[in-house]
Design a protein around this ligand. Structure first.
Ligand code: GLC
Length: 437
């Protein structure tokens, strides 16, 4: 273990955010269980508390809908102060929503099978881990089946997002144009509350202009009783995401590995992995800029937004060596952070693009989960020098500024929630060992 003092502090953060059955992302601002946060958090527990890692994921899947949808928030404790809460989501309008537990009605990126396989790989007690895989395999399989069945209407192997929150990158510049297209009259705007502003200054959160559109979309889903076919016909927002599909392809492959461990058939998952990878490369690759773009299905066009998550197909080994080399050159430039520059890589948005903001949530700051994905990806391709630059940003930022939600790529200053779980967890993962991939 490297940096024992820092690692210990990170473990304390996770301990304090552990509620007894799951880990909340941060006390106050995020008191419930979030889907991809929990998956990232297990990457740490897997190293030192196998049982806890298993419990974290199983607890999340308690919120899974009967149609396989894995909700982005599970409200284990309805009393915690959070908005939009269960009363706003009204998930019970869907016949598929669970009766015993309240949840949201949208999803987050599918990194869960990757997390489950990681738990197995790191497990001290392999017999127990195999039992865990047997328990979680049908749930993971139902989750991926839901995505391909309900979110890929053209059978392309590319799943769509129907809300910016589904991408995990709430106010990213990716959505700007698509959201502006949604013209709202006062009567269209539901009554809503913003509890986030009780904890964090408004300057560091999404604007109200974006927020009304977020809540408008949620109310639209409620009105349509979360019927996916109806939503597909009526929603003004449908985007095929790079990060989401890259993580899905990787998770398909990891689900195939899980299937092999427990003597199930890996082939269906291998086929999905390949199909998604192929479409990501054919449809989302931008040859001019050497990065992947998101695709707006309503306008039928690629979205020209140069965001760091555009590099994540590397995590699923989708780009060829040649494409990957060009992507590295773009990453290692003044657009993100050049190796010779004094800055913290990787900013979430190209620093040379209009609208870049070093403190603007997903519009520029460094997020440790993206860093971790990019770090693992670069290791996969053998790009050691830049990988170690990304890794040292993770270590330096947390050492100097604590376990914040996100950081200024120029000064390093931390913003948003304090004692943020995935920041602590992914730091632990890189400290514990060599890359997990
Ligand atoms: C914010 C982030 C999202 C995360 C959630 C809980 O909404 O944008 O990615 O899952 O907070 O941490």
């Amino acid at each position: 273990m490297q940096e024992p003092g820092l690692a210990q502090k990170a473990q304390v953060v996770l301990e304090e955010n552990w509620t007894g059955s799951f880990t909340c992302p941060a006390q106050g601002l995020y008191p419930h269980q979030w889907s991809w946060d929990s998956a990232f958090i297990t990457f740490a527990y897997a190293h030192y508390n196998q049982e806890r890692a298993e419990q974290e994921l199983l607890s999340l899947f308690q919120g899974q809908w009967r149609n396989g949808l894995l909700p982005h928030i599970v409200f284990h404790d309805k009393s915690a102060n959070y908005s939009p809460g269960p009363g706003f989501w009204q998930a019970e309008r869907s016949p598929a929503a669970p009766k015993e537990i309240a949840t949201s009605g949208i999803v987050q990126p599918p990194i869960h099978a990757t997390a489950a396989l990681h738990i197995y790989k790191k497990a001290q007690n392999k017999k127990r881990a195999k039992e865990f895989l047997k328990k979680i395999f049908p749930k993971l399989s139902a989750w991926h089946t839901y995505l391909y069945r309900e979110r890929d209407p053209n059978n392309e192997g590319l799943v769509y997002l129907r809300h910016p929150w589904e991408s995990g990158q709430d106010n990213s510049p990716i959505w700007d144009h698509s959201l502006k297209r949604i013209k709202l009259q006062d009567a269209d705007i539901p009554r809503y509350q913003r509890t986030d502003l009780q904890f964090v200054e408004a300057d560091y959160r999404p604007t109200d202009e974006d927020y009304v559109r977020y809540v408008y979309l949620v109310k639209l889903f409620c009105k349509l009783n979360y019927d996916e076919k109806e939503i597909f016909k009526k929603t003004p927002f449908l985007i095929q995401g790079v990060l989401f599909n890259a993580l899905l392809s990787r998770a398909d492959r990891d689900l195939a590995e899980i299937a092999k461990v427990i003597n199930e058939d890996p082939k269906p998952f291998e086929r999905w992995a390949e199909k998604t990878a192929k479409s990501v490369n054919e449809k989302l690759w931008d040859e001019d800029h050497a990065i992947y773009f998101f695709y707006d299905m309503v306008e039928d066009e690629l979205i020209d937004a140069h965001v760091a998550s555009g590099f994540t197909p590397l995590f699923a080994k989708i780009p060829t060596e040649e494409q990957a080399q060009r992507m590295l050159d773009y990453l290692n430039s003044h657009s993100f952070c050049h190796l010779t520059e004094t800055c913290f890589t990787v900013p979430s948005f190209d620093k040379r693009e209009p609208g870049y903001s070093p403190s603007g949530y997903w519009r520029g700051p460094v997020w440790i989960n993206l860093n971790w994905l990019i770090f693992c990806s670069l290791e996969l391709y053998g790009f050691k020098e830049y990988a170690s630059y990304v890794r040292s940003s993770i270590v330096e930022l947390t050492r100097m500024h604590g376990f914040r939600e996100y950081y200024d790529p120029e000064e390093g200053r931390g913003y948003g929630a304090k004692n943020f779980s995935w920041t602590a967890a992914l730091l632990l993962d890189v400290l514990y060992d060599e890359p997990t991939t």
